[in-house]
Design a protein around this ligand. Structure first.
Ligand code: ADP
Ligand code: MG
Length: 836
């Protein structure tokens, strides 16, 4: 065994030790980090190579034992070849390496006797088997190998379990994902179903609304159609009635034309001559009759002897039909003009009888006509108009005016409205009494004025609505005797002149009418002016010529007859009905309006019929729409049914899925439990990190070792004797050894620590384990916890540095490290935690 011990070296360096016989050697390396004011500064990490083989990797003395403490790496086995050279090299990875001493031992020269014989107890039979230290070491090596193998197996199992856990975790995640997808799909289905239900409800509500609206509209339409049908029927009836009335009107037109033509036949002014009988005075005076009626030819002169009114009655009918009529009596005073027109109480004249006839015919026609009859009585005296019915004392001046419609009237003239025949006589009597009466030589009772009775008739045809406004003049002319005969003077003369002027004006008008002159001099006198509407032209005129049969009045009679001849020769134009134009216009307008209304009603009817047809079409369309809606409702109901079934199926599926989910959840929980267990196991494994298990094993082994050490101490006494015996041998061996080893050099450190001899250390620390040696050399087993801390400390430099502060004040320890262990720890430290 060779021991090389040197003082501390600092920096990268190498030893080349020669002259070593080939074989195996055990090399111990002594390190210590000397920290003082003069020592090397800084951290150092370095590698140790032997025979160019790295035996220590990045060893950091400080991190293992701290400063100023020895660290021994023992029993680094190295082979020396035929070149008999051992190369030891220190190579710094960080800072410069430091080494205190190197001990080289010949592995083959290590006396086996130095090793203690261990004892093993057979598990089977309990026999104590003695074993040599080599065997023990071998067994420990084997045990270590087994432990390492076991650790590897456990690692593999741990890896497998980890993989299994990972797979289980992945499958669990996949199952969870699938479950989540199924849940989402289910939620989507539920949501879709809900949406469909809501849409369906909305559609059903809409359909209900549409159906109710349709029913309401249908009822309204039916009511409207019935109303329209009723209105159409009413309008049709009205239309037919109007058509009937129009037809009747149209048919009445020819009848009226016929009447007009009948009147037209009358032609000229009719003249009737009336001759009064000889009065008693004339007869007594012996006046002869000069009028021979029998000699008169037919047609030349009509003589009324019996009923003077019989021929005048048709004219009364004409008045009621709307024609203007004029009846006047012409003749010499005293010839019976007043007698003819007024008559007496017993023998009514033309006036009374005309009115009587008027009321009679009006009464007969009351179904088809309405008449309004009024009477005015006036007197033309001295070319002045006097109202005979005006009872007021102050008589106003009356003038003739022409109305806008063309007829002439006397504004302010009293018109007595006569409702029945009873009132007629009173009116006539009032007029007669009010008449101015003069007196002269011829006839005291003869009137010197023109007494004129105007009967206004307003008629309305109830059938065709035609209105007429006609006048009947009944005129009792003043006497037509010549002025010379009357022998009057003064007022009477003027009176007679006016009378003659008016009568001559009447003659002029008649002459003009006879000659069809363009100008008829109606305005030459008040008489003709008043009679303008009823004398000539389109009116009907009748003249009573009054003559006296006395020879004394022959001249006047002939004159009157001449006048009558001229009057008779007047050819009148066709009579014209005096239609009330204003009313006619109103009627026309009404007719037009009615026609328009009928037309509009026709249009309305047509539109209504069109509307009715449209409504029918719409109703049909609505019915069709209703049918379609009903079909849609049915379809939607069927869809709803199918959706409901689908929903039920989905609910069932949901239940099934939920059950499956429960099962899967159970599986998942089991898997999770397993995972947890595995994780716990993994943690346990991680905690143990295999090294813990190894340490357990180591601990066990140490315990065993401790026990054996105790046994060894017990037997140490016994061995002392043997030691003494062997000292001799030992000295010899030492002499042999000194040939190979260097003499122990003093340490240059201030501590100059005297380390125990290696042999003793080797003897005490047979197993390649970690051991702390006291300074005083007494061996003490290292606390397992301290070992653990130390080992952990290799992984955490800071922790160790913290600890070493606490340990700094304690006694310095020498630490022995197995080279392989140190290398392993260094490697572990390198792989687990990079250095700062
Ligand atoms: P005038 O009006 O023309 O002056 P009146 O009518 O006063 O004439 O008649 C004069 C008289 O003659 C009256 O007394 C009347 O009774 C009488 N008289 C006239 N005509 C007739 C007649 N047709 N028959 C009988 N007497 C008559
Ligand atoms: Mg008279």
């Amino acid at each position: 065994m060779a021991v090389l011990y040197q003082s501390a070296r600092f920096g990268n360096f190498s030893y080349r030790i020669g002259n070593l016989s080939p074989g195996d050697y055990l090399v111990d390396l002594h390190f210590a980090e000397i920290v003082n004011a003069n020592g090397p500064k800084g951290m150092r990490v370095f590698d140790v190579f032997m025979q160019e083989e790295k035996v220590l990797l990045e060893i950091d003395i400080y991190s293992i034992v701290g400063a100023n403490k020895p660290l021994q790496v023992v029993d680094v086995r190295v082979s020396v070849g035929m070149d008999e050279v051992l190369l030891i090299r220190f190579d710094g990875a960080c800072g410069s390496p430091i080494v205190n001493g190197i001990c080289i031992k010949n592995a083959t020269n290590v006396p086996e006797s130095l090793g203690d014989h261990g004892h093993l107890i057979c598990n089977g039979c309990g026999t104590e088997i003695e074993i040599t230290p080599a065997q023990d070491k071998l067994m420990r090596m084997k045990s270590m190998a087994k432990c390492e193998k076991r650790i590897k197996e456990l690692k593999i199992q741990c890896q497998l379990k980890t993989d299994e856990c990972y797979e289980a975790w992945m499958s669990l995640t996949a199952a969870n994902d699938q479950l989540e997808k199924v849940r989402m799909g289910l939620d989507n289905k539920c949501f879709q179903n809900l949406c469909l239900d809501q849409a369906l409800e909305k559609q059903a509500a809409k359909l209900k609304d549409v159906a109710s609206l349709y029913e309401r509209d249908k009822r309204l339409w039916i009511i409207a159609m019935n109303e329209l049908e009723r209105k159409i029927l009413i309008w049709k009836e009205e239309h037919s009635q109007l058509a009937r009335e129009a037809h009747e009107c149209a048919s009445s037109v020819p009848q009226l034309n016929k009447m007009v033509s009948t009147i037209q036949v009358l032609g000229n002014i009719r003249v009737f001559c009336r001759c009064r009988p000889l009065s008693k005075e004339e007869a007594s005076a012996g006046h002869a009759m000069v009028v021979d009626f029998s000699a008169a030819k037919d047609g030349e002169l009509g003589i009324l002897t019996v009923d003077v009114f019989a021929d005048a009655s048709p004219l009364v009918t004409s008045v009621l039909d709307g024609y203007n009529v004029c009846i006047f009596a012409y003749g010499q005073t005293g010839t019976g003009k007043t007698f003819t027109m007024e008559g007496t109480q017993q023998n009514r004249g033309v006036n009374y009888r005309t009115l009587e006839l008027l009321f009679k015919i009006a009464e007969e026609r009351k179904e088809t006509f309405t008449y309004s009859i009024s009477v005015s009585a006036l007197e033309v005296y001295n070319e002045q108009i006097r109202d005979l019915l005006d009872t007021s004392p102050t008589s106003k001046k009356l003038e003739i005016r022409q109305a806008s419609e063309g007829f002439h009237h006397v504004p302010g003239l009293t018109e007595a409205k006569i409702e029945n025949i009873k009132e007629v006589w009173d009116v006539l009597h009032i007029g007669s009494n009010a008449r101015a009466v003069g007196s002269n030589n011829v006839n005291e009772h003869s009137s010197r004025s023109h007494c004129m009775l105007c009967i206004s008739v307003k008629a309305k045809n109830l059938i065709n609505g035609e209105c007429t406004k006609s006048k009947l003049w009944l005129v009792d002319l003043a006497g037509s005797e010549r002025l010379a005969k009357t022998e009057v003077q003064g007022e009477r003369l003027k009176e007679a002149q006016n009378i003659n002027r008016s009568l001559s004006a009447l003659g002029d008008v008649i002459s003009s009418l006879a000659t069809k002159s363009g100008h008829i001099p109606y305005r030459n006198s008040k008489l003709t002016h008043l009679l303008q509407d009823s004398l000539g032209g389109d009116s009907k005129t009748l003249m009573f010529l009054q003559i006296s049969p006395s020879e004394q009045d022959l001249g006047e009679t002939l004159s009157s007859l001449n006048f009558a001849s001229r009057v008779r020769g007047v050819e009148l134009s066709p009579a014209r009905k005096q239609i009330d134009i204003s009313k006619l216009q109103k009627v026309k307008m009404m007719l037009e309006k009615t026609k328009q209304e009928v037309g509009s009603k026709d249009d309305v009817i047509q539109k209504l019929e069109e509307n009715f047809q449209n409504l029918e079409v719409k109703a049909k369309g609505n019915v069709q729409l209703c049918k379609n809606q009903q079909e849609k409702i049915n379809e939607l109901e069927s869809q709803l049914e199918s959706k409901t079934q689908l929903c039920r199926q989905l609910e069932k599926q949901l239940l099934q899925v939920s059950e499956g989910m429960k099962g899967k959840e159970e599986i998942c929980s089991n898997v999770q439990r397993k995972v947890k267990e595995l994780e716990n196991k993994l943690k346990e494994h991680d905690q143990s990190e295999n090294v813990t298990a190894l340490h357990h094993k180591v601990r066990e082994l140490e315990n065993r070792l401790k026990a054996r050490t105790q046994e060894f101490e017990v037997h140490s006494g016994m061995l002392q004797q043997k030691i003494a015996e062997l000292e001799e041998k030992l000295r010899k061996k030492e002499e042999y050894a000194t040939a190979y080893c260097f003499r122990e050099m003093p340490v240059t450190t201030p501590y100059n620590a005297t380390v125990s001899r290696v042999e003793t250390t080797i003897d005490d620390m047979d197993p390649p384990s970690l051991r702390i040696l006291n300074h005083n050399g007494s061996n003490r087993a290292m606390n397992t916890e301290s070992e653990s801390d130390l080992l952990k400390g290799t992984n955490s430099l800071r922790e160790l540095r913290r600890k070493r502060q606490t340990q700094w004040r304690g006694s310095e320890n020498n630490i022995l490290l197995s080279a392989s262990f140190l290398e392993k720890n260094s490697l572990t430290a390198e792989s687990n935690k990079p250095r700062h």
